[in-house]
Design a protein around this ligand. Sequence first.
Ligand code: UYC
Length: 230
Amino acid sequence: ASLNPDDVRSQLNSGSEKTKLQLIQTLAEAGEVGLPVLMEFLLERQSASPTPVEGKAYQILYSANSSEVQDFLQAHFPKGLLSANPEAEADYSQLQTLLAQQDFQEADKLTLQKLCELAGQAAVERKWVYFSEVKRFSTADLHTLDLFWRIYSEGKFGYSVQRQLWLGVGRNWEKLWPKIGWRQNGNWTRYPQEFTWDLTAPVGHLPLSNQLRGVRLIEALFSHPAWSEP
Ligand code: UYC
């Protein structure tokens, strides 16, 4: 793989999403020399809606041990790469920080907490959401949660990703669980230690929905009108 800056620039502008993600990974592995290319790339894309390619570039810069890079991020992306939908009720800034750090385990916990906040005070106190509360969730909040997860996971994680897989298996839960790594060899994957908290996980692995009380909550999430709205 060539790291000729002109080649890299042209591939970052014309390649498929997969090619771009691989190239960003190569730049990450190149260390210091890759950082200016990533900064330039993010600046050029600043006005367009971010994709997982920009998400990955942002994550690499976010974790770079360089004051120049940190100053750059502070100057151009003081609130992170993504903006929440302005109509969203909950605050997603901490979620964005955790996802930018690829701390998927803490991000997953916070996501469940956000669902409780959206469901109301009773859910916050009980620490879980009752399925009938899902209809109160706004499309703006679900879209924001889903966007944040997708953009910071190379497009692998998020409710809309899980929902597509569920539709793909004819809404059959027993077929979905092994596909997303929630059941293995006929056993439930144990929380938290048996789940995979990084991008080696299967597509749709995160965020988690506890099945202890049955499928009605996840079914309500997947049936929310948000997923058929733009
Ligand atoms: N857990 O097994 N889970 C918990 C999952 C089940 C159980 C939390 C996911 C099966 C208990 C999360 C799977 C089961 C607790 C998840 C899974 C079970 C708990 C923390 C694969 C036993 C302690 C947030 C489907 C056979 C809490 C929360 C309690 C917690 C996620 C047991 C995110 C995806 C059927 C005993 N599990 N969960 O919801 O409520 O508490 O007692 O799904």
